[in-house]
Design a protein around this ligand. Structure first.
Ligand code: NDP
Ligand code: 2IT
Length: 444
């Protein structure tokens, strides 16, 4: 059995009931076959792949809190510090009822390579809880966040582990966690990113993931003799990532015609009204039915269906495995020519293979959505030097980072004989830097 196959089999055996983690390990390691074969002796000697797929540290803890009825609620908290070869652990915190060990492990593993691709000194980590902020009062969210960080703070630090937002965790939650961290430690440090602008946050962090996705897409299209201008685009989700991907698409002359939440989806043939969407999601925290009610051109549909709309470009921005084989077939049949992954691992393995076989331009999430964590790393830099950069400064750096990521993975794919396979290029380029650092640092 090859080294790669041995490791995949070991991961499946040693991590039962964690299908998302198996999926990412398979996806990454399969595309590293050529690289691993070239260096097999050295990698085996140092058990490089065994160490890569085993998190450096995993913390799982109880999060008790009291709801508005005076009842005690108990959730589970997680932080997986996956790899610190190139910098302190860095990655988001997800609050969603579906969160479990396998989901946090998949997100943490992806984060290692994503963070490496940014070119900035950040290692990979991820955390979260099965807590659902939806429908909770502000007080309930606050006391939950305080309880969560009261346990987790022991493992955090500006040079140790720096969490940020993800699904269900935005500026409100980061603020409550930051306040409690500061209270417990008496230390004012850049220990979380995505902070509010009045207490150490970075301009353009809120926009960074969505804008970065579109900057990446624009460069990929440019290098394939195309353009976003004049293209129709389907986007899923209606959270932080979706909203700013929609906004930048419009700014670059494209027309986003869909968005979704966990209840249903919108088709708006005149183009999504992003200001209305922001008002409903960021201010009112309401459902998409309100969008349809306020916008005569929009249709609201219950359930799933965003990928059934005829578009040129599809950009999933909600959650993992939201774009499946049937969706991929429908997109191709409708003439879609590019899929840009905004959410983490939105496309199943078989749907990815199908899209690639059909010659669809396919931008993998660990590259396309790296703008969020990249600007988080810029927030860390600003906190370290106790200065704040202008929006233009941060946005300019973000654009350059996204363009550089595209060329880095495009070059890596070519060098290893997989031209145009951007998913493989991202895995190879991300891996090589981390592997080099791990080998240099000895058996740790
Ligand atoms: P938000 O919580 O702001 O928004 C998530 C959106 O996706 C909501 O519209 C939500 O609907 C929908 N959604 C979430 N889970 C499901 C589900 N199981 N089924 C259907 N719809 C769902 O999160 P973000 O926008 O921050 O994150 C979106 C994706 O982008 C995630 O994969 C995240 O990991 C990834 N990402 C985020 C980054 C960031 O900086 N925030 C950076 C890089 C990647 P509803 O409100 O009804 O639940
Ligand atoms: O998936 C991700 O890259 C994030 N949720 C952002 C992580 C971060 O540290 O900004």
């Amino acid at each position: 059995m090859s080294y790669v196959d041995e490791i995949i089999a070991m991961v499946v055996e040693k991590n039962p009931g964690e299908p998302e983690f198996h999926q990412t390990v398979k996806e990454v390691l399969e595309s590293l076959r050529n690289v691993v074969e070239k260096n097999e002796e050295r990698y085996r000697k140092d058990a490089l792949l065994e160490r890569l797929v085993n998190p450096e540290r995993q913390v799982i803890f109880r999060v008790p809190w009291i709801d508005d009825q005076g009842r005690v609620q108990v959730n589970t908290g997680y932080r997986i510090q996956f790899n610190s070869a190139i910098g302190p652990y860095k990655g988001g915190i997800r609050f969603h009822p579906s969160v479990n060990t396998g989901i946090i492990k998949f997100l943490g593993f992806e984060q290692i390579f994503k963070n490496s691709l940014t070119g900035l000194p950040i290692g990979g980590g991820k955390g979260g809880s099965d807590f659902d902020p939806k429908g909770k009062s502000d007080r309930e969210v606050m006391v939950f966040c305080q309880s969560f960080i009261t346990e987790l703070y022991k493992y955090l630090g500006a040079n140790i582990d720096v969490p940020a937002g993800d699904i269900g965790t935005g500026a409100r939650e980061i603020g409550y966690m930051y306040g409690q961290f500061k209270r417990i430690t008496s230390s004012y440090e850049g220990v979380l990113t995505g902070k509010g602008l009045s207490y150490g946050g970075s301009l353009a962090r809120k926009e960074a993931t969505g804008y970065g996705i579109i900057y990446f897409a624009a460069e990929m299209l440019r290098c394939n003799n195309s353009d976003i201008k004049g293209k129709t685009v389907s986007i899923s989700g209606s959270g932080n990532v979706a909203i700013y991907a929609i906004e930048k698409t419009i700014q670059l002359g494209g027309k986003p015609v869909t968005c979704s939440d966990s209840n249903g989806w919108i088709y708006d043939p005149e183009g999504i009204d992003v200001e209305l969407l922001k008002e409903i999601k960021e201010v009112k925290r309401a459902r998409l039915t309100e969008y349809a009610a306020a916008r005569p051109s929009a249709e609201y549909h219950e359930g799933k269906g965003v990928w059934s709309v005829k578009v040129d470009i599809a950009i999933p921005c909600a959650t993992q495995n939201e774009l499946q084989m049937e969706d991929a077939k429908q997109l191709v049949a409708n003439g879609c020519f590019a899929v840009v992954e905004g959410s983490n691992m939105p496309t199943t393995l078989e749907a990815t293979e199908y899209l690639q076989e059909k010659g669809i331009l396919f931008a993998p999430s660990k590259a396309a959505n790296a703008g969020g964590v990249a600007v988080s790393a810029l927030e860390m830099s600003q906190n370290s030097e106790r200065l704040s950069w202008s929006f233009e400064e941060v946005d300019g750096r973000l654009q350059k980072i996204m363009v550089d990521i595209f060329h880095n993975l495009d070059d890596a794919a070519r060098e290893y004989g997989m031209e145009g396979n951007y998913a493989a290029g991202a895995n190879i380029a991300g891996f090589l830097k981390v592997a080099d650092a791990m080998l240099a640092q000895g058996i740790v």
